[in-house]
Design a protein around this ligand. Structure first.
Ligand code: NAG
Ligand code: NAG
Length: 402
């Protein structure tokens, strides 16, 4: 039974993967936090964060996340990692923005929003080494607005893509290709209406330098496998060689984010222009990105990668790990600590004052955002449970592109 399921998810015609975990993580919180790129400061744009509830404005690599977190929004109790991405807004013809809801992916249960996370040991390759405590990384670049300078056959060109679903049915022809390839996936946001919604596909590099848990750009301690990407199969079960500088194979980490764009399809502007925009003011999609902070208990991820070979990646098939119910993952939440409205009503501008920057030149960072007078972060611990509006505006320091 798992073959057809995997085909639905990935449609990869390949021998069995050595290991595959595929599981939902519901929304923990949505706010302008990014402890990797802008620790200690309100971040320039909104993220949706999932995972353990030890997530914070600053996350020291020495933090013992499995012990600090009391719950997780992911399917396995052992996983107190954090995962985050940008969120999507619909720009109404009158200029107001509405957040586009994230809904459950196929065969993931009933998580509240969030994303689907995969950890993959690709077939026919040496076994992966699980991430170490303190490991973190980023994929993608929020400032990008075109792939003009990226080799179209390179892994970077396949790392972040969008699938335009013709239908919500899992076995629809528009869902039968591996992520990032085929007739329904594009490297930019779809420029037409998608009757079944849009899914983002986000791959991280799967080779590590074996030494550094992080790097100044949060990227250079990891690398994609070398060589050209097969246009028919993409990255998901790709075989290949790690570069000599990054010889250690780590699990291939992959996110899927399902946006329910359907309610907006009858509200497109009359000129037919694409009305969706990512939270960093990106109407192209080239700037989409993903962030990861490892936080699995002990050697639980390594044990799972050694033994959980279910071809469909079904969580129940992984006996090494402890399942958490939908009710439990959906009740694990954090209250936003930034006092601004980022969803649930019409917004006059994007949080963080991000202008729409369509490129093709790289976007420029907004140096400060005094216009958002109700935005602020109180370092007072009581603010975690009782956020208040601060008197002074948040100071958004320019952050390096990541
Ligand atoms: C813009 O349009 C939406 C949807 O019709 C409406 O609800 C909202 O109030 C409008 N915003 C402004 C500022 O007029
Ligand atoms: C976040 O960090 C603040 C300041 O260090 C701390 O008081 C608070 O308890 C932390 N919150 C969580 C959920 O760990």
């Amino acid at each position: 039974m798992h073959w057809p399921l995997l085909l639905a998810f990935t449609s990869v015609v390949a021998p069995s993967a050595h290991a595959l975990l595929r599981f939902p993580c519901s929304q923990l919180v949505t706010q302008r936090f990014d402890p990797l790129v802008t620790p200690g400061e309100v971040s320039p744009h909104v993220h949706q964060i999932v995972g353990g509830n030890a997530f914070n404005l600053t996350m020291d690599p020495n933090n013992d996340l499995p012990n600090m977190a009391t719950c997780t929004t992911c399917r396995f109790q052992e996983d107190k990692s954090n995962y985050w991405t940008a969120v999507m807004y619909f720009k109404h013809p009158n200029g107001s923005y509405t957040r586009v809801p994230q809904i459950p992916n196929h065969f993931t249960g009933s998580p509240n929003g969030g994303m689907t996370v995969y950890y993959i040991q690709p077939p026919n390759l040496e076994p992966v080494t699980a991430f170490r405590k303190g490991f973190r990384m980023i994929t993608g670049n929020p400032m990008l607005r075109s792939y003009d300078k990226i080799d179209p056959d390179s892994a970077e060109a396949y790392a972040v893509t969008f699938r335009c679903w013709e239908s919500t049915a899992p076995f629809d022809p528009s869902n039968m290709s591996p992520p990032g390839v085929g007739n329904y996936d594009t490297v930019h946001l779809p420029n037409k209406k998608c009757p079944g919604g849009i899914r983002a596909n986000i791959f991280f590099p799967s080779c590590w330098d074996g030494v550094n848990l992080d790097s100044p750009d949060h990227k250079s301690h990891v690398a994609f496998m070398t060589g050209r990407v097969d246009r028919n199969t993409g990255l998901i079960l790709r075989s290949g060689t790690c570069p000599s500088t990054h010889p250690v194979r780590i699990p291939l980490l992959f996110y899927e984010v399902y946006w329910d764009t359907r309610p907006f399809n009858d509200m497109w502007p009359t000129d037919g222009s694409q009305p969706f925009v990512l939270s960093m003011g990106d109407p192209t999609g080239y700037g989409h990105h993903g962030d990861y902070v490892f936080g699995w208990e002990g050697d639980s991820l390594q044990r799972a990668m050694n033994t959980c070979t279910d071809i469909g990646g079904v969580p129940e098939g992984c006996r090494e790990l402890t399942l958490v119910t939908d009710a439990q993952i959906n009740s694990c939440t954090q209250r936003p600590q930034v006092n601004e409205i980022v969803e649930g009503s019409y917004l006059e501008k994007l949080p963080g004052c991000n202008p729409i920057q369509a490129g093709p030149a790289s976007a420029t960072m907004v140096a400060n955002c005094d216009a958002v007078s109700t935005t602020g972060f109180r370092s007072d611990p009581t603010s975690v449970n009782a956020p208040e509006v601060t008197a002074s505006p948040a100071i958004i320091t320019a952050a390096p592109a990541h």
